[in-house]
Design a protein around this ligand. Structure first.
Ligand code: PHE
Length: 449
């Protein structure tokens, strides 16, 4: 175990910004609309919101609690809080999930760089909806470009992680997230004033109970975990850098609200346009990339907005990829006792190999399938819908039943100096509601009950 001074976040806003930076990203703007589109629209949103409140917030707060009280990476945290017990396995699975998420997520982040490039080169102008559709499919089926952008994004991520927590992560997230928010609002206004926008809003907000299925519920749970960055120890790791005087409950609530708001606003930008331009809502992983350029075409100043948007989206993705890489780096550097730099290089090389396969899922590696899914599909599905909920289940069980109420209370009340009146509710949620909900959704979704 290392005893040296650990890095920490410099300010309260820095903590929220970094955690929100991790949570807000492609999960909200790319994944949320595509999964919602495939899973019945409004009914998905409703279930999503219920699960975020009942399960998401408790898991997030549990991660902060574990991380700040142990001040270690996820594996080390469980080793420290439950010595000699197998809980550290939860940390290890989380670290495996981090590798997998980083590999496919950075591929999508690479697509945003391609689209930033296209925006600058004015590549969307004058193209019909069919052209835009084809442009994306052709790009993604190529070999060189998807891999190149993926590698560039991976390098940027590694560079920031090597430069350290406070100087690196905090500096970037603090300033940029508010800008992204404003830009999405502007897109929303344009989208809801498109002819035929009403259909899209109805699809997003009007639940159609007949479209509910076990899989929809599992997808909503998985999306909640993915979007909030929970279930694999990202927020245990970030929690371990949070100062003793920060309010963990408040932070968890603020981050969840911000993340959820951005996802909904992204939906409000996308679905009216999806219906206005007759794109199938169940289009899948290309949905956002096939829709957004069409909105920009319809905007005064669309050229500039497109550039700003893809730039900020890449940055939002970057603040998420650094949080995922940070999990692996904290683990390697603390447990193998290697330098931050060596840890980052080791992790990036491994993820790099896996990502090159994932990036090829529509191109050079498209023949390869496991259980009828591409490498990309497997990584996306398995992490969000299986590994994260599983991790979340054990995290709340640990905090609810094994960590000791006394210790949890001390952590959430900052050693007794805060009232933290929500504590009884939190304890009830982590002990009963969240684990039961996860277990039911999970078993139901996989067809076990
Ligand atoms: N929550 C991030 C997003 O929505 C992705 C992520 C998942 C980050 C898991 C960390 C851990 O973009």
């Amino acid at each position: 175990m290392q005893t040296d001074q650990r890095d920490s976040f410099g300010s309260r806003f820095g903590v929220i910004a970094a955690a929100a930076g991790s949570a807000i990203g492609l999960g909200n703007i790319w994944r949320f609309p595509y999964v919602l589109g495939e899973n019945g629209g409004g009914i998905f949103l409703l279930i999503y919101l219920i699960l975020v409140a009942m399960v998401g917030i408790p898991v997030m707060l549990s991660e902060f609690t574990i991380g700040r009280s142990a001040r270690r990476n996820p594996y080390g945290s469980f080793r420290k809080l439950a010595p000699g017990k197998p809980w550290y396995l939860v940390g290890l699975v989380g670290i495996a999930a981090a590798f997998m998420i980083l590999a496919f997520y950075t591929v999508v982040a690479g697509w945003t760089l391609e689209y930033l490039y296209q925006a600058i080169a004015n590549g969307f102008s004058g193209k019909s909806s069919t052209d835009i559709n084809q442009m994306f499919d052709t790009f993604r089926a190529g070999t060189f470009r998807p891999i190149l952008w993926f590698l560039i994004f991976m390098l940027m991520t590694s560079w920031i992680v090597i430069s350290g927590i406070r100087k690196g992560i905090e500096k970037y997230t603090k300033v940029l997230m508010p800008f992204l928010f404003i830009l999405i609002l502007i897109l929303d206004i344009r989208a809801i004033t498109l002819p035929g926008a009403g259909e899209g809003l109805k699809f997003l907000f009007k639940p159609d109970i007949s479209k509910i299925s076990a899989e929809t519920i599992l997808e909503a749970l998985g999306q909640g975990f993915f979007s909030l960055s929970i279930g694999m120890g990202t927020l245990i790791t970030y929690g371990s850098y949070i100062g003793n005087r920060e309010r963990l409950g408040n932070t968890a609530l603020n981050v969840t609200l911000a993340d959820t708001l951005i996802a909904i606003l992204a939906g409000v930008a996308i679905f009216p346009a999806v219906f206005a331009f007759h794109i199938p809502p169940g289009e899948g992983t290309g949905l956002v990339f096939k829709t957004l350029p069409l909105i920009f075409q319809e905007m005064t100043g669309g050229y500039v907005f497109a550039i700003l948007f893809f730039l900020l989206l890449s940055i939002a993705a970057l603040t998420s990829t650094i949080s995922v890489l940070e999990v692996i780096v904290a683990f390697f550097s603390e447990e193998l006792n290697i330098s931050r730099k060596a840890a980052t290089i080791l992790a990036s090389l491994t993820v790099g190999l896996l990502g090159v396969l994932a990036a090829g899922s529509w191109g050079w590696f498209s023949q390869f399938h496991i259980l009828k899914q591409s490498v990309f599909g497997i990584l996306d599905f398995t992490t969000a819908n299986i590994l994260l909920p599983l991790g979340g289940f054990f995290i709340v069980i640990f905090v609810g039943w094994f960590m000791g109420t006394q210790k949890v209370q001390m952590e959430l009340s900052n050693g007794g100096s805060l009232k933290a009146g929500y504590l009884p509710v939190f304890v009830f949620l982590v002990r009963y509601v969240a684990p039961l909900a996860i277990a039911l959704v999970f078993m139901n979704g996989l067809g076990w009950i």
